[in-house]
Write a protein that binds this ligand. Structure first.
Ligand code: CA
Length: 229
């Protein structure tokens, strides 16, 4: 099946072994992804810090700076780009160290190219806020940082309001019932509609009040919805 533009990933490959790098590049490029490659840790970190990638494929054993250190610096710099780590050995210790430094997934060489691609897609789905909670009418929410975005403005949200906005965005423009919102934010035997109203009031203050047009609307006796102005 030919790849479509919407499934294209921008992938940074940091791998020093030429044959492996060439195999990965050729396969992923043939699947329609945009590839970039660095053969060592120092240039890889530089590229990962300043480039715009959906995901990084990172070899553990690299010249100049190994994969663990690279990953550590990347996270220290506040970069949340997902990282899939490649390693020659399947040891628990490597795996734990990789995750401790901020890797998101782990693949042991040799691996099937199709599996690599499937894993990359999976971690991008998990990471991509636009897929996790799609933007609607210029309003977006990133659940990883509990941050909403509207009109170029960054709006940090408390947890409950973030959860509520995430649900509303995923369902938009459909109505989300009071019960669904309460269940999502507080769990099964959670709060009442008064508590929900309070949180929605605060959410409106954050994402609607500073702007000309309100997006979040009440549907009396039923629930709430986001409406395109
Ligand atoms: Ca290597």
């Amino acid at each position: 099946m030919p790849p479509t533009p919407s499934t294209t990933l921008r992938i940074l490959l940091i791998e020093d072994q030429r044959d492996i790098a060439a195999n990965i590049w050729d396969f992923l490029e043939s699947r329609g992804h945009e590839m970039d490659h660095c053969p060592d840790g120092v240039s890889g970190l530089e590229r990962a810090l300043h480039g715009n990638f959906d995901v990084v494929v990172l070899d553990l054993g690299l010249p100049r700076m190994d994969g663990l250190e690279l990953c550590h610096h990347l996270r220290e710099a506040g970069r949340g780009v997902p990282v899939l780590m490649l390693t020659a050995r399947d040891t628990l210790e490597d795996k734990l160290r990789g995750f401790a430094e901020g890797a998101d997934d782990y693949l042991v060489k040799p691996f099937a190219m199709r599996e690599l691609e499937a894993r990359l897609r999976a971690i991008c789905r998990r990471h991509n806020p636009m897929e996790a909670a799609p933007a609607f009418a210029g309003l977006a929410f990133d659940p990883r940082t509990m941050t909403a975005w509207r009109g170029g403005r960054r709006i940090p949200l408390p947890r409950l309001q973030g959860v509520l906005l995430g649900v509303l965005l995923r369902e938009a423009p459909r109505i989300v019932s009071h019960a669904t919102l309460i269940g999502a934010a507080w769990g099964e035997d959670g709060a009442d509609t008064a508590a929900l109203q309070t949180q929605i009031y605060e959410l409106r203050n954050a994402v609607d009040k500073p702007f000309d047009t309100p997006l979040l609307h009440s549907v009396r006796g039923v629930g709430y919805r986001l409406v395109e102005p």
